[in-house]
Design a protein around this ligand. Sequence first.
Ligand code: PNS
Length: 164
Amino acid sequence: MKKDIIAVYPGSFDPPTNGHIDIIGRAAKIFPKVIVAITHNYNKNHMFTLEERLSMMKESVSAMKNVKVSSFSGLLVDYLNEINSFCIVRGLRALSDFEYEFQMALMNRKLKKNVETIFLMPDQEYTFLSSSMVREIASLGGQFKNFVPKSVYKKIMSKRKLNV
Ligand code: PNS
């Protein structure tokens, strides 16, 4: 393995979940440097602004010293070029993720020849977890405390109060 390899874990993280943090922890044990790259709001109706997602993620990974949190707009492969990386990390939860992830990995490789996508599996207890489920449960008043980092829980609860 190259010693200076930078692994990029991209996503919308709207909001970050314990499943995401699990994947980041695994990547941080394998790679010397991991950049969590959060997308701008380009085609989704996000619950959180980019600034909110950056701040929640930064707080959630603050104990992992080789992990940095950043953002990007435009194509992921252009961002990889910018930071001199060729390695994408994605989490794979279940068969249902596979088709989308496979398509994205191959398309990224078409767009930039030397790009590799590494898939990591989260702990079994997170295989059912997604940001969209957390958003739905939270907006319908359900209990989601065990699915997200503390800072994310606090942020969602404060948003909920503002909406009542
Ligand atoms: O959290 P998500 O929505 O699963 O993350 C998807 C993401 C952000 C990784 C993907 O949509 C992406 O890379 N977007 C940037 C634009 C881009 O490069 N599109 C082509 C991907 S093949």
